[in-house]
Design a protein around this ligand. Structure first.
Ligand code: HT7
Ligand code: ZN
Length: 876
């Protein structure tokens, strides 16, 4: 396949300042008429051919300035339209008529039908499945869109921008015309038509502009959109207050659809959402669902400025909009909820998704230089690490200079398609600082590591920190350059307070941050009266790994006293991880695992420390996941040994602290109205974390069954179901709960996804058979991405012992599922396949079996570019 390279970018010879589209909708023969005002760019020869992108299109008609084109003057295939000799005039009108079949579009890119609703997905290259176009993000055009459909089937006709006109037509048809005054790239085009329930509200912007808000959902689900509407209004206000960004159209619409490849899409004025990220109430959604809805509603809304008003010059710059917008949604959620808890959750997500990517065969820079299939670059690196890089810019420059840089960027590039260089230059110009070394965070793949040791000289009252940086090699980048790593730290004294030093030498140390720029730093702090405990990477100031020589005493002390909550959580988490790694080695060596009494006592103390936030305590009590432990071990992984170690530690903590955990569990009982706010969610999180431990003790199954029976909301019900299915699989309590859940929610596909998920993640060798059986369940469908992700995706990503079954059956089943998904939806299949990215770190037996599955997939004839790209990179 073709490889696209950043260095090959050149501006297009032609521009499309105006785009007029009209759609006559029908499931298998939608007529699309595009009238494009084409303009030759200044300085381009009149002989330059006009080449437009297509993808599977059927051309019906072609005219220039109202005159049909002779067939000899153009060449057309489903994927390309070339007009060899366009008119000499600088501007001309090109009319293109195509026909598309939304009902047959299972790839969910371009125009498709979801549950009878016409909708579009154009990012990244879906617009070319609708009409021939210069389908690249640096072609900004003003769109006017006319949509026609039978009124009974599609009473709502929506597109981008503001509504201009609507009216009746013959034979029960009607039409609507929309105009978007803001020039936009084709990937932000959207159309929705169907019969939907509507929730309306309004928002008055800070300059007094009235905006009509609409959320469109399946009929009967309107009440489930209340939380999303509230999150939208809070997002609009927050963006004004924190970034000075005001909404710019008269309407803002959101449509929830059930078939969607990703979370949501930020089309200008008409966001389209996976219904999973809109619909929620206490009966059907967990606290995690509410938090996701809040974050994704905000994320797509924030794109209005970071992505839409300023877009990307080319797809290599994807992080320009995505990394920045993730950073913005993280900050929003931190302000709406608990900042430390949110930050710890972000760290866990980054480690779980981005670190394995950065440390495996799919590693790529935040701004990649090459791709074969752009859909495969909507990754944790571009999104999550991209966000961490923006956060580090704020750490390096300070909040005021950061805001000045953002203001300058937004002002300077409004209405443009920009690059990462433009973004960095705005911060350099606003702050007067040089970010050239820092820019490596965008260009260099891999997770940097800092090796740290420290020593205290009581006689000299000096504390010295030795730091050495390294960046491991990644595919096609064997030699790495030295990075600028902002490392937040504290020297914690015996009273738990940060010690004040007299002077420091060996690195720039600024406002609690060591700026690591060289390979080695020896940093000496003077005026230190006693040996401090060293707290590092506070607030997770840099997305790095740390190898720190540190006494267990210090870690225990920091777990109880570090004033930085993230570092405090990290200290305890490191103690747990070290214990679990040691235990899994003991188990592999045929021994019984040994844990220190102090560790389980510490877990009990943290659980019962009412001075700490409840949500924080829940996070601290969650043992490092099996995949996290595997990543820390690095190679020769035996998932069964890791699982056994984790179970043994959980049991030990439960046994050592049984009465106090049970007492706390009783005290946290719910006796009020459900509220999805941070306080309520924190209490439920802690109580459910306790249940997970208590379920390991005598009568654990009946305790979990009571928890399930008495649950008054989905968070508690799903938590109890998980505990029963995972810890008491096969018992009457577990089978009873699964059956009762199934009958209660049989007609609610989004809730049934939770039922699939719980069963797909049951640890152990037998789950592959359960999952295979569930693919025939009446609620399951291979053509709905949410269903596939809930069952097959969960099995591969969240079931270490099941997926990595020693006989390779997990991989074989998964391989079949990937190929099955690929026949309909290559993008979904490629994303699913990335679950195998860490196959090389497995022990030899499993590694060979995983490789055999990957080879079987790559040997399949007629593989899509999407799946071939992923599988070949994993095998390389
Ligand atoms: N910008 C959006 C990305 C997206 C997407 C990409 C490829 C194929 C389908 C897609 N749906 C949405 C979502 C976002 O990050 O905001
Ligand atoms: Zn985004």
């Amino acid at each position: 396949g073709q490889v696209f390279k950043l260095e090959d970018y050149r501006p297009s010879d032609y521009l499309i300042p105006l785009t007029e589209l009209s759609f006559r909708l029908s499931p298998d023969a939608t007529e699309v008429k595009a009238v494009l005002t084409i303009e030759r760019r200044d300085g381009v020869a009149t002989t330059a051919p006009l080449v437009l992108d297509g993808d599977g299109l059927l051309l019906k008609k072609l005219e220039i300035d109202g005159t049909p084109l002779a067939q000899s003057t153009y060449t057309v295939t489903p994927d390309r339209l070339e007009i060899a000799h366009p008119p000499e005039a600088k501007r001309f009108k090109l009319t293109i008529e195509t026909e598309v079949a939304p009902v047959h579009n299972e790839a969910l890119m371009g125009l498709y039908l979801s549950n009878g609703v016409y909708c579009t997905q154009c990012e990244a290259e879906g617009f070319r499945r609708i009409t021939y176009f210069l389908d690249r993000p640096d072609i900004l055009s003003v769109y006017t869109v006319r949509v026609e459909a039978p009124k009974a089937e599609a009473p709502q006709l929506l597109s981008n921008g503001n509504p201009l006109e609507r009216g009746e037509m013959a034979d029960g048809w009607h039409y609507a015309v929309w105009h978007d005054p803001f020039p936009k790239p084709s990937y932000l085009f959207a159309l929705v038509a169907g019969s939907l329930g509507i929730v309306n509200d309004r928002f008055v912007t800070r300059s007094g502009r009235e905006v009509e808000l609409g959320i469109y959902v399946e009929h009967g689900k309107e009440k489930l959109a209340d939380y999303a509407m509230d999150a939208l209004k809070r997002s609009m206000k927050w963006d004004e207050d924190v970034f000075g960004c005001e909404y710019d159209l008269d309407v803002f619409n959101i449509v929830a659809v059930s078939d969607f490849n990703m979370g949501a899409m930020e089309n200008k004025g008409l966001n389209v959402f996976n219904d999973k990220y809109v619909l929620a109430d206490a009966e059907t959604a967990t606290d995690a669902d509410f938090a996701n809805i809040e974050a994704i509603i905000a994320h797509e809304y924030f794109h209005n400025w970071t992505g839409n008003r300023i877009t990307c010059r080319d797809w290599f710059q994807l992080c320009l909009k995505e990394g920045l917008t993730v950073f913005r949604d993280h900050e929003f959620s931190a302000d709406q909820r608990s900042r430390p808890v949110k930050r710890i959750a972000e760290v866990r997500t980054l480690r779980a998704h981005q670190f394995p990517e950065d440390q495996g065969p799919l590693a790529h820079p935040v701004r990649p230089r090459r791709y074969r299939e752009i859909n495969n670059f909507y990754t944790a690196t571009v999104y999550e690490k991209g966000s961490e890089v923006v956060r580090m810019i704020r750490t390096v420059l300070g909040p005021e200079a950061f805001r000045a840089g953002m203001d300058l960027y937004l002002k300077r590039h409004d209405g443009e398609a920009a690059t990462i260089e433009d973004f960095l230059k705005a911060f350099e110009d606003a702050s007067g600082r040089d970010l050239s070394q820092f820019a490596l965070w965008y260009h260099q793949a891999g997770t940097p590591n800092l090796t740290v040791s420290s020593a205290y000289n009581a006689a000299a009252r000096e504390f010295t920190i030795e730091i050495e940086q390294s960046v491991p090699p990644t595919p096609s980048e064997s030699r790495k350059r030295l990075m600028h790593i902002p490392l937040a730290f504290g020297l914690v004294g015996a009273d738990g307070r940060d010690m004040v030093y007299e002077s420091v030498e060996g690195a720039t140390v600024d406002d609690g941050v060591i700026h690591v720029r060289k390979r080695r730093h020896s940093i000496r702090f003077s005026g230190i009266a006693e040996r401090p405990a060293l707290s590092l990477n506070r607030g997770f100031s840099a997305p790095i790994t740390l190898s720190v020589e540190q006494k267990t005493e210090d870690r225990i002390f920091l777990s109880g006293h570090d004033s930085d909550p993230v570092a405090r959580w990290q200290a305890f988490n490191t103690l747990l991880t070290e214990a679990l790694i040691a235990a899994s080695r003991q188990i592999r060596g045929g021994k019984r695992p040994v844990f220190s009494d102090r560790l389980s006592a510490l877990a009990g103390q943290i659980a019962c420390d009412d001075a700490l936030e409840q949500a924080y305590r829940a996070l601290a009590l969650a043992l490092p996941g099996e995949a996290d432990i595997a990543r820390e071990i690095g190679n020769d992984i035996d998932p069964d040994a890791i699982f056994a170690a984790r179970e043994a530690l959980a049991k030990r903590i439960a046994e050592e602290n049984g009465p106090s955990l049970r007492d706390l569990y009783e005290r946290l009982r719910d006796n009020g109205e459900f509220s999805p706010d941070a306080a309520g969610a924190g209490r439920r999180a802690l109580r459910n974390a306790l249940l997970d431990y208590l379920a390991l003790l005598t009568d654990g199954a009946s305790l979990a069954a009571d928890h399930f029976r008495l649950a008054a909301n989905m968070t508690d019900r799903a938590a109890a179901l998980t505990v029963l299915a995972h810890r008491h699989s096969g018992t009457p309590q577990a089978t009873g709960a699964l059956a009762s859940f199934e009958s209660r929610y049989a007609n609610d596909p989004l809730v049934m996804d939770k039922w699939f998920l719980v069963q797909a993640s049951v640890p152990g060798a037998q789950t592959v058979e359960t999952v295979r059986r569930l693919t025939s369940h009446r609620g399951f469908s291979m053509s709905n991405p949410n269903r596939v992700r809930a069952l097959v995706g969960t099995f591969a990503n969240a079931n270490q012992t099941g997926f990595h079954r020693a006989d390779g059956e997990g991989y074989r089943f998964f391989g079949e599922m990937v190929l099955e998904a690929e026949r309909r939806n290559p993008q979904l299949a490629a994303r699913l396949a990335t679950a195998m990215r860490s196959w090389r770190s497995l022990e030899a037996g499993r590694r060979d079996k995983a490789r055999a599955t990957l080879l079987a997939i790559s040997g399949t004839e007629g593989l899509s570019t999407d799946l071939r790209d992923i599988v070949e990179r994993m095998l390389a």
